[in-house]
Write a protein that binds this ligand. Structure first.
Ligand code: CU
Length: 168
């Protein structure tokens, strides 16, 4: 019973996304040249503390003042077996006639930071998921993270382990 509604719900969401994409996608958003990670500014990066073997997440703000959309396609860190781009979404469903809310994480194959725009990775939304930590992540430590974009550009980041966005 619940599954039927869930599938219908997802289909409606997808149809709505396609429609919205078609509406806002028309002016000037079609042929943006591939942007480079060299052009973006990354600020406020932090990784959530966790134990070896567990999962963690990295958050940051990525600003793209450049002329091209930057498409993040791959993330690596020596601190974890796997790093993935994830999005947490709140799904509202009807189960047996009642509304329910559930948080779900989706694995995204890429993350686009559009030309002239800023994308925030934050708890409850977009994040870089670290799966299978090879080491404890303790507050005060830093980890090295490599980002790769569709144009082949790369950016290496030193990310502090912190309970929330570091101040100052
Ligand atoms: Cu995740």
């Amino acid at each position: 019973m619940a599954m039927v509604f869930r599938r219908a719900h997802v289909l409606i969401l997808m149809a709505a996304a396609v429609l919205v994409g078609a509406l806002i996608g028309l002016p000037g958003r079609t042929a943006s040249a591939a942007g480079s990670l060299d052009e973006v500014t990354i600020s406020g990066a932090w990784a959530r503390p966790a134990r070896a073997g567990e999962n963690s997440a990295i958050y940051m703000t990525i600003a793209n003042p450049g002329p091209g959309d930057v498409e993040l396609v791959h993330v690596e860190t020596d601190a974890a077996e796997i790093a993935e781009i994830h999005e947490t979404v709140l799904e509202v469903e009807v189960v047996d006639g009642r509304f329910t809310q559930e948080m779900h994480m989706h694995h995204m194959h890429s993350l686009v930071v559009p030309a002239g725009e800023t994308v925030r990775l934050q708890p409850g939304g977009l994040h870089l998921m670290l799966i299978g930590l090879k080491q404890d992540l303790e507050e005060g430590q830093t980890i090295l993270v490599r980002l790769m974009a569709a144009d082949g550009s790369e950016r290496e980041l030193t990310v502090p382990v912190s309970q929330g966005e570091p101040r100052g």
